[in-house]
Design a protein around this ligand. Structure first.
Ligand code: IPE
Ligand code: MG
Length: 221
């Protein structure tokens, strides 16, 4: 979800207002995904690298996350959206941790759409952790071969989520920036110039139309 800052600055507004507009896009996006029956979405909300930003901006982002949960949780429950997270949440501000825990708990039986909020998420970090926990699980066992995909995936943040089919990046950047490198091995990539606050229902539909035109072979013929 890129371009919140540029969206705001182009309008003579504060970056924080861009992030706030971005949360409105998240709400619109979830409503639309429910409507068109997409069952899974992952949102790259805060990366392991985003801690390099000024503390005031980091604080603003987590305050907006808190506000998003406080104002939208009831609606998410009503809609059947299950909130899950990827990333080491223990580094988040305590209030955000508590609100997220509550959101995860109150939506745990929801079945219509799983919304995976990637927070303090980095793909390399995820893979390092998975390697560590995999090795731990093998302690005291004779290990003669590397793990299969199935064995290794168990140690990723959300082994219950399928691989990524369609990966959308907004605001004209053409890179993955440490997002789900393992899970996006065969993802179809879609890049748009639109900033995240400008991204709307029609843009999702356009991305899906483009996705449906691609021939996916997964290395086969
Ligand atoms: C994305 O918008 C939001 C987060 C990383 C939280 P940016 O903050 O990256 O916006 P730009 O790239 O400065 O426009
Ligand atoms: Mg950016």
């Amino acid at each position: 979800m890129d371009g919140n800052g540029r969206w705001a600055l182009a309008r003579g507004r504060k970056r924080r207002e861009g992030h706030r507009a971005g949360t409105e896009t998240i709400e619109r996006l979830l409503d639309h995904l429910l409507e068109i029956k997409i069952p899974f979405v992952s949102l790259y909300a805060f990366s392991t690298e985003n801690w390099k930003r000024p503390p005031t901006e980091v604080k603003a982002i987590f305050e907006l996350l808190d506000e998003f949960i406080i104002t939208r949780l009831e609606k998410l429950v009503r809609q059947g959206v299950r909130v899950v997270a990827s990333g080491d949440l223990s580094r988040l501000p305590p209030k955000s941790q508590a609100l997220l825990k509550d959101a995860i708990d109150k939506t745990k039986h929801a079945k219509r759409l799983i919304a995976n909020f990637c927070l303090n998420y980095g793909s390399r970090d995820e893979i390092h952790r998975a390697a560590f926990f995999y090795a731990q699980s093998k302690k005291n066992k004779v290990n003669t071969k590397p793990p299969s995909e199935k064995e290794f995936r168990r140690f990723l943040w959300r082994p219950d989520l399928p691989d990524i089919d369609l990966l959308i990046r907004t605001a004209g950047e053409v890179r993955l920036s440490n997002f789900m490198l393992y899970q996006a091995a065969y993802a179809e990539l879609y890049f748009t110039e639109k900033t995240w606050p400008e991204f709307e229902e029609k843009d999702i539909d356009d991305a899906i139309t483009e996705f449906s035109r691609r021939k996916r072979k997964f290395g086969g013929l």
